[in-house]
Design a protein around this ligand. Structure first.
Ligand code: FE2
Length: 240
C-alpha cells in the first residue's frame, strides 16, 4: 500500500475531496540512516497502514507540514507507536491543545535526522507556517500546501479547477494562498532557500508526485513571486 520511490523513501496517498473536487493528499515516509522512520503529514492510521509502516522500521518521528496540513491523525500514531515523538509546526501547538508535542520544528534540522533530511521553515505567509523538507539521498522536496500539483491523471473537473487555481502542471499554492502572503520579501526568501536544494523529485501535499523535473515545476509555479517587483535583480535579498 506504500509506494517506494527510492531506497529509503515511500509515499502513501489517500483520497481527499475539497469543495467536491478530488485532490487527494500524500503522506511521506523516510527511513533514516539510523533505521528509524520519519512520517510526514500522517494519514489516518488504519490497521493495514500500521502494519505496513511497522514492516519498514521503527516509527520514531511524526511531523506535520504546517499548522493547517498534516496533523489530523497524529494522536493515532502516539497510541500505536509508544516511542514516537510528535513534533509541531509553528502555530500548531495552539491549534492542537489536545496533544503534547515533543518538540517544535523550525529552520534547523533535528540533529537526529540532519544527515538525511534538511528543512526550511517557510515564513512570511499568514497561514502557511509550513516546513519544507529535503531528503538528500533521493533528491526529493516534500511540501504541504505550499505545493499543490494537479497533473494529467486527475479527473477532468479537478483539472479545470486546478487551471483556475494555477496549480495544474506546476507546483504552487492555490491562488487564494497567494493572496494571503503577509510579507512578500520574507516568503520569497523562504522559497529561494527551498530552491537552493538540489532536488529533482517533488512530493506535493495534494495532487500528483513529480518524479523528475521538479525544480522546473516549482520555478514555473512560483513565477508570480520570484519575478515580482522588488526583486528585479533576482537574488532574493540577503538572509539575516
Ligand atoms: Fe493541505
Amino acid at each position: 500500500m506504500l509506494t517506494q520511490h527510492a531506497p529509503r523513501l515511500w509515499t502513501y496517498e489517500e483520497p481527499l475531496r475539497f469543495l467536491s473536487f478530488e485532490i487527494g493528499r500524500i503522506m511521506t515516509v523516510i527511513r533514516l540512516s539510523s533505521g528509524e522512520l520519519v512520517v510526514q503529514s500522517p494519514a489516518e492510521l488504519t490497521p493495514a497502514l500500521e502494519s505496513a509502516l511497522s514492516a519498514l522500521g521503527d516509527v520514531r518521528y511524526v511531523v506535520p507540514a504546517s499548522k493547517l496540513h498534516g496533523h489530523l491523525y497524529m494522536e493515532q500514531y502516539r497510541a500505536a507507536f509508544p516511542a514516537v515523538e510528535l513534533l509541531a509546526a509553528p502555530g500548531l501547538e495552539a491549534r492542537r491543545t489536545d496533544l503534547t508535542f515533543d518538540g517544535l520544528l523550525g529552520d534547523v534540522p533535528d540533529p537526529r535526522w540532519a544527515a538525511d533530511v534538511d528543512q526550511v521553515a517557510v515564513s512570511g505567509h499568514r497561514w502557511l507556517t509550513e516546513l519544507a523538507f529535503f531528503h538528500r539521498s533521493s533528491r526529493t522536496l516534500i511540501l504541504g500546501d505550499v505545493g499543490y500539483h494537479v497533473g494529467s491523471s486527475a479527473p477532468l473537473k479537478t483539472r479545470l479547477m486546478a487551471r483556475l487555481a494555477g496549480v495544474h502542471g506546476r507546483i504552487s499554492p492555490p491562488r487564494d494562498f497567494r493572496l494571503t502572503v503577509a510579507n512578500e520579501a520574507t516568503f520569497r526568501r523562504s522559497i529561494r532557500d527551498v530552491l537552493a536544494w538540489d532536488f529533482d523529485r517533488v512530493i506535493p501535499g495534494h495532487g500528483e508526485i513529480v518524479e523528475t523535473g521538479g525544480k522546473r515545476a516549482v520555478l514555473d509555479g512560483f513565477d508570480w513571486l520570484l519575478q515580482s517587483a522588488g526583486d528585479v535583480d533576482g537574488d532574493g535579498g540577503t538572509r539575516t
